[in-house]
Design a protein around this ligand. Structure first.
Ligand code: AMP
Length: 258
């Protein structure tokens, strides 16, 4: 699996074969951590392009599975979707089972960028066990960090089209006409969970859950913390430098050589 990948093996799991040949010599196996609104998805795409590794998001896999004929959904996916429909986090057992159904993606010689998994230390331990089973190792977990006030400003400015779900931002990406979707003329609304008070509650919950996870990776010397402030290219450069410093045996990973 590598760049330009349609991630079919990750989305469908089971014995689906990925046909894209990895293009790089050295696979990068990374976990990306960071709260909603921090720009993790953008960094995952940029890193995927630079490192040739596939962006594997558990949230994307669950969403993609929603489009699959129910008869072809695996038991792990069906159970997870019920939890998602109730607006809950999927249980550790169900997420781990879903990732296990896609275990070839973890040992892919193209590497991987895991996004949204692990979310708990139970999941992190299960990931380590699956990697050990596959005889591959995680290079590092990258934690994107941003002051909570900045995250609140970002998320509270977000507006979503009530009809086509296109996403805008009141200052960073405004529509041509205030409150109206450029694409379908639908009404732009603010999601209830994007109200500042709700965001602060979500962020505190996130921090409580992720602290043990960052401690887990820091404790085994596998954590890199990166400031997520600034333009995406600057954050990417910081990330690549962090990876290069962390994987000192691999001098090829610098912004200049990528
Ligand atoms: P995300 O796109 O990462 O925000 O995930 C969307 C939804 O998928 C979450 O709200 C959860 O219901 C579910 N999900 C994805 N990954 C996990 C995970 N590692 N643990 C529990 N639930 C997850």
């Amino acid at each position: 699996m590598s760049t330009q990948n349609d991630r079919i093996a990750w989305f469908l799991g089971g014995d689906v074969i990925c046909r894209v040949q990895p293009r790089q010599l050295r696979p990068y196996r990374l976990v990306l951590l960071g709260p909603p609104g921090v720009g993790k998805g953008t960094q995952a795409e940029l890193l995927g392009h630079h490192l040739g590794a596939c962006h594997l998001s558990t949230g994307d896999a669950f969403r993609a599975a929603g489009a699959v004929d129910p008869c072809h959904r695996s038991p792990a996916i069906l159970a997870a979707q019920e939890a998602m429909m109730r607006g809950e986090l999927v249980s550790d057992d169900q997420v781990i089972a879903m990732v296990r159904e896609r275990i070839p993606c973890l040992s892919c010689s193209g590497g991987f960028l895991l996004d949204g998994f692990p979310r708990t230390t139970v999941q992190a331990r299960a990931l380590d066990a699956m990697l050990e089973e596959q005889q591959v190792t995680l290079d590092t977990a990258i934690a994107y960090e941003m002051p909570i006030d900045e995250i609140v400003a970002r998320l509270s400015g977000r507006r979503t089209c009530a009809d086509c779900k296109a996403v805008y931002h009141v200052t960073a990406c405004p529509p041509n006409e205030e409150g109206v979707c450029d694409l379908c003329n639908g009404r732009l609304v603010q999601r209830a969970d994007d109200q500042p008070d709700a965001i602060r509650v979500r962020m505190h919950a996130y921090q409580e859950n992720t602290r043990p996870l960052t401690d887990y990776y820091a404790g085994s010397g596998r954590l890199i913390s990166i400031s997520a402030l600034g333009p995406p290219t600057e954050i990417l450069e910081r990330t690549l430098q962090g990876i290069a410093a962390h994987t000192a045996n691999c001098p090829s990973v610098t912004p200049e050589t990528l």
